[in-house]
Design a protein around this ligand. Sequence first.
Ligand SMILES: NC(=O)c1ccc[n+]([C@@H]2O[C@H](COP(=O)([O-])OP(=O)(O)OC[C@H]3O[C@@H](n4cnc5c(N)ncnc54)[C@H](O)[C@@H]3O)[C@@H](O)[C@H]2O)c1
Ligand SMILES: N[C@@H](CCCCN[C@@H](CCC(=O)O)C(=O)O)C(=O)O
Length: 444
Amino acid sequence: MAHILVIGAGRSADALIDYLAKAVQTYQWKMTVADVSTDLLTQKLAPYPHVKTLVFDIYNHSQATETIAKVDMVVSLLPASLHAEVAKYCLIHQKHLLTASYLSEEIKAMAKDVEEAGLIFLNEIGLDPGIDHMSAMQMIDEIKSQNGNIVSFKSYTGGLVAPEYDNNPWHYKFTWNPRNVILAGKGGTAQYIENGQYKYIPYHQLFNQTDSLEVEGLGKFETYANRDSLKYRELYGLDHIPTMLRGTLRGDGYCSAWAVLVSLGLTSDDFEVDTKGMTYRTFTEAFFPETSAQSTVDKLASFIGKSADHEIIQKIAWAGLLDDIPIPVKGSPAFILQHLLEQKWKLEDNDKDMIVMQHQFEYQLTNQTKYAKTSDLVVLGDENHTAMAKTVGLPLAIAAKLILLGKINLKGVFIPTLKEIYAPVMAELLQLGIEFKERQTQLA
Ligand SMILES: NC(=O)c1ccc[n+]([C@@H]2O[C@H](COP(=O)([O-])OP(=O)(O)OC[C@H]3O[C@@H](n4cnc5c(N)ncnc54)[C@H](O)[C@@H]3O)[C@@H](O)[C@H]2O)c1
Ligand SMILES: N[C@@H](CCCCN[C@@H](CCC(=O)O)C(=O)O)C(=O)O
């Protein structure tokens, strides 16, 4: 009887738990959900009495050894930095591993051992990364099957708030691990290629060098470059493509206001602020350069070179960063900002979120005809699950099921760019309502 261990019952885990809890009944498998938080487990697993819960810390060596040794497959929905720890146990105890996270160098280095052990460590099978790779590969393989030469590929994803519930000036609410949202872009210089020219955007410029795009029925969004797009050229079989970019979508005005927080240093995570006696206003002021301006608003206006009623200042004020409210936590500027924004950008119980993904292709057929093809995905949260939990959890859960059923039979470390993985997963996602809408136009 196969036994699945899910580690991490946080924001992105709900739809996966629901899907796998049903699958284990169908196939008479066993399932355990483990997390450090007793409250989360009690609250989230109450509807599934047949699923075992375990208060668990991956850093507890004897507990991790005993728990992972007993199962057949581990699905890790821990914060991304902890997957490598899980992977070590999976390799020692010969268990399959799935994550929705970017493939780390540590896990990549295990590839040979994983293959020799007859295991699969499948990473990047969530939304972005995940559905973006799988849907892109579906389209790339289809265009290639017509002998099309792809000259441009851009792909954008945003985890956003649904328009009806968009009631703050940032047009954003947290739907997944907030720390990662605060630290977005900090992992390294964003890289992509445009018309054959390499582009490098360091973190301090990331939210200044933005673009915009239109999604039918939803209007305009801002975009910023997402990590290293260059490495996906080879992984997508587009080695010589002159334009390739993966980007993130945000609502109007988000990036320019976030760029100010970045340039002030409020997303720094490398030192601790002594918050004793400090309010959010004095905390923010501590990052301003010397100025003759008197009020905090005027100092901020002088820093950004805009008028005191500019929308950037309105956003920063709305966030509470200019309030004379004592800071109740200690930590890095990023931690303090996260603590504040977790209150301001909270997805309330009745709020619904929205995932928007857009792929843009340009390609040429052998008869020299050029086409532009756009493919849009819009997924809304519902009363059961956020759109983020659906789009992260369902691909992971479907892949876990297909591996245990022997329908995905690859051995080694993978991301879901191979047809053996993306075709069955995308087919089932379509049945579950995750459907892209394509448009094609002939170019002059
Ligand atoms: N590919 C994608 O599109 C995508 C999207 C969202 C999230 N993710 C990834 O999925 C993972 C889960 O994201 P999330 O939004 O649910 O995050 P989350 O912060 O809401 O959940 C993480 C969970 O891990 C638990 N945890 C933390 N430390 C632990 C430890 N030492 N031992 C055991 N449990 C521990 C926490 O209690 C929490 O419940 C993250 O790695 C995130 O980066 C990927
Ligand atoms: N780029 C979008 C969607 C992000 C979904 C989360 N993906 C994580 C994956 C991190 C990981 O677990 O390795 C990310 O940071 O991009 C947006 O920001 O709105």
